[in-house]
Design a protein around this ligand. Structure first.
Ligand code: SF4
Ligand code: SF4
Length: 383
């Protein structure tokens, strides 16, 4: 069992995929890094095409389904099933705006039934209390819909035999607009909704309002670490390797600070080697930050590994390492921690350290407007 859980660590080919499964969205959020991408017309990969490309991949440990809004796709449960059957997918992470309550529950029910060995994680994005969230998300009623969706998923957890395989969480994007209330919001989600609340630092070139990037990084880290400590009370006891996950998240915030504040790389990035991104139309990206398109799987026999082994892809992967590329994008920086044994002592020290002191909590202050840090648009390639 343990061997099966950890085999991805010795696998040569990528075991982590981010799939922008739908490239349309019913929202137009202020901070969306995919705002322009979501406006483009494109022909999405069909379920059959997903089946075809997944057969060319090896084992997948973790797939994030994002977009756009993934639940716009009615065949989302079928897509997860494809990865479960073809690649032995172990953790599926669905990031949603929480609008489609009934559809989300129906989707979760189907997945739990069809994929009994899969851990399904549904993460609902919430950026503020009602008024601020609806403003940031430019969608009236969206805060209430998020809360309804969380409640419906919690009810499903209580009714369902396979509920152990479902975890529900929430997350928000830390920006200059919500910095003052995001800690209180995180506590509200943890204390009243009984689900973890995670923080993402604003990023992206194509957001509608660049002023949102003017943030007090020290405050961001203080909020991040405090919420992480509190999350352990509500993170599902059945979440795979939950203590390791929390420890990785803690190291992650240090890496993000190293990149954002000190403009330094902590570990070489494994983009392309251990994980990659596929857009809804089959275009393969090295990561979500660099706009480097490696080729469309439709033009390469639906074989992502063929695209990743091209001379161009290899050259770009080498450049990432040579130029000490670094960024604050949480997903691939977490991946870098998992695949960097030199960081394991830091992770282990967190596992046994204060992150897990349940009684410890500190008062978090307000952001200092004079410490505002203008985050560069995305790439900080050379130190
Ligand atoms: S819900 Fe997500 S994908 Fe849709 S606009 Fe907002 S941030 Fe972008
Ligand atoms: S921008 Fe970030 S995710 Fe992309 S290659 Fe550089 S460090 Fe890795």
């Amino acid at each position: 069992m343990l061997l099966n859980d950890l085999k991805f660590l010795i696998q040569r080919s990528p075991s982590y995929l981010i799939f922008w499964v739908a490239q349309t969205c019913n929202f137009t959020c202020d901070h969306c890094f995919n705002y322009l991408e979501n406006q483009k017309k494109r022909k999405e990969l069909t379920l059959e095409e997903v089946d075809r490309f997944s057969r060319n991949l090896d084992h997948l440990k973790y797939v994030t389904f994002a977009g756009g809004e993934p639940l716009i796709r009615r065949d989302l449960s079928g897509i997860l099933e494809v990865f479960y059957l073809n690649n032995g997918l172990q953790i599926a992470n669905v990031v949603t705006n929480g609008w489609f309550t009934d559809r989300t529950v129906d989707f979760a029910e189907r997945v739990l039934k069809k994929c009994p060995g899969l851990h399904l994680s549904i993460n609902i994005s919430i950026d503020g209390f009602r008024e601020r969230h609806d403003h940031i998300r430019q969608k009236r009623g969206s805060f209430d819909r998020c809360i309804s969706t969380i409640k419906a998923l919690k009810d499903l957890q209580n009714q369902c035999d396979t509920a152990l395989n479902l975890s529900v969480s929430s997350s928000g994007v830390y920006t200059s607009e919500n910095a003052q209330e995001i800690f209180e919001l995180g506590c509200f989600m943890i204390d009243t909704q009984n689900i973890p609340y995670y923080l993402n630092l604003i990023r992206g070139e194509d957001i509608q309002n660049n002023e949102l990037k003017f943030v007090d990084l020290s405050h961001y880290q203080e909020v991040y670490q405090e919420l992480l400590g509190r999350n352990q009370k509500v993170l599902s006891a059945d979440y795979p390797f939950r203590r390791v996950k929390l420890a990785v998240n803690s190291v992650l915030s240090e890496i993000i600070m190293e990149s954002a504040q000190n403009n330094r790389m902590t570990v070489p990035c494994k983009a392309g080697e251990k994980g990659f991104v596929i857009k809804a139309d089959g275009q393969l990206l090295l990561c979500e930050i660099l706009d480097i398109e490696l080729g469309n799987i439709r033009d390469h026999d639906y074989d992502p590994l063929q695209v990743l082994s091209s001379d161009f892809a290899k050259k770009e992967m080498a450049r990432i390492v040579e130029e000490r590329c670094h960024c604050t994008w949480e997903c691939f920086q977490s991946m870098n921690i998992v695949f960097s044994p030199q960081l394991y002592p830091r992770v282990v020290s967190k596992v046994v350290g204060s992150v897990f002191d349940k009684d410890k909590s500190t008062i978090v202050g307000q952001p200092d407007p004079n410490k505002g840090f203008w985050r560069p648009n995305s790439l900080i390639r050379k130190e």
